[in-house]
Design a protein around this ligand. Structure first.
Ligand code: GDP
Length: 354
């Protein structure tokens, strides 16, 4: 099996700490210098296994027991509903797993419920990050990055208070039809949603959150992540006109690979566009960036999962959320053209019936 990295999204109510959590996860990589650190993609950040290993420390041992280890995680940089909605892919989502951020002192809020509904309708598994633990009244700051350890260092009444807050979330989720538990009490990760107390501000709980994410994807998403016999496809996140590049599309490559010599097949309003990329671009590493206007570097090929930019004049007018197929021969071009035509019909029926 060749397993690709899972695509991770962050959802939750405004001010619950989604952006802070993303910054913290990316910061984790920046600090992990020798371990390969993190690679900036277009619209996403890649945390390689080495970085996760370094962050998770002894927790990582268990993850290594899996036969099919993921090579890291690809985290979508923009949190929230909008980008998630665009990540729609054939009856489901391009996102493999989500982090639902909940403010520990506020519990479920309107957009938490909304996020949950979207996750439910797209059948995306998720973990709950119970954020801002450092704001629990009386919480004692400690040096450890492991939440299980930090909890042990709290006074008994704080531990009880945190448990109460966890059970509030468990109760709310149970009304909505989900079984859930604090991750350290979960017996079966397949049937129970893991709740991981964290602080995006102090970083406590991030190792456990990453370990739970990686553990879940390795154990339950193997088929989805296995690259054998997968068609090469991606999702368009945005289309722009850029100085020096012309029309470009930022895409998340979900499966397979894209080469400069490949043909792209994508829907535009009521027609199918067949085009060759003028360039495939990735962000230029900071140390190679001499001129700040010169932000991208052309590459010959990219493997999934990845965030990249394609330049091609034909991409003008392609809508965000469109699925883009990558064909390496004429037969595939024909196959994908047919597929898109049938998808366009079903979208039409969808909107008619809804
Ligand atoms: P978003 O709207 O969900 O992206 O939330 P932000 O990440 O912008 O965070 C909202 C506010 O909460 C900001 O002022 C953050 O500094 C603060 N915040 C986020 N995470 C934490 C945390 O773990 N602890 C504390 N004390 N504040 C946090």
């Amino acid at each position: 099996m060749q397993i690709r990295q899972p695509i991770v999204v962050v959802l939750g109510h405004v001010d619950s700490g989604k952006t802070s959590l993303l910054d913290r996860i990316r910061g984790t990589g920046v600090q992990g210098r020798e371990a390969g650190g993190i690679t900036q993609h277009i619209g996403a950040s890649f945390l390689p296994t080495e970085t996760i290993k370094e962050t998770c420390g002894p927790l990582y041992k268990k993850l290594q027991e899996s036969e099919n280890q993921v090579p890291g995680i690809l985290v979508i940089d923009t949190p929230g509903h909008e980008v998630f909605t665009n990540l729609r892919a054939r009856g489901g989502s391009a996102a493999d797993i989500a982090i639902l951020v909940v403010d520990v002192n506020r519990g479920f809020q309107p957009q938490t419920n909304e996020s949950l509904k979207i996750l439910q309708s797209r059948k995306v598994p998720f973990v709950v990050a119970l954020n801002k633990c450092d704001q629990i009244s009386g919480w004692r700051k400690s040096d450890t990055k492991f939440i299980t350890q930090a909890i042990k260092e709290q006074d008994q009444f704080i531990q009880t208070d945190l448990d109460q807050k966890i059970y509030d979330v468990v109760g709310t989720l149970s009304v909505l039809g989900y079984q859930s538990e604090a991750f350290y009490r979960v017996k079966d990760f397949k049937s129970e949603i893991a709740i991981v107390p964290i602080s995006a501000r102090s970083g406590v709980g991030i190792p456990e959150l990453l370990a739970v994410l990686v553990g879940l994807t390795q154990q339950y998403l193997q088929k989805r992540l296995d690259q054998k016999e997968k068609e090469s496809r991606g999702i368009v996140l945005e289309v722009n006109e850029e100085i020096g590049l012309g029309h470009t599309a930022n895409i998340i490559l979900i499966d397979g690979s894209i080469k400069k010599t490949d043909t792209i097949v994508v829907a535009k309003r009521d027609s199918v566009i067949i085009t060759k990329p003028k360039a495939i671009l990735l962000p230029k590493p900071l140390d190679e960036m001499r001129d700040p206007r010169d932000k991208f570097k052309p590459v010959q090929s990219v493997d999934a999962a990845a965030g990249l930019k394609i330049a091609s004049p034909d991409l003008e007018g392609v809508l965000p959320g469109s699925t883009l197929y990558i064909a390496s021969n004429e037969d595939d071009v024909k196959k994908y053209t047919k597929l898109i035509e049938s998808e366009m019909k079903s979208v039409f029926i969808d909107t008619e019936t809804n």
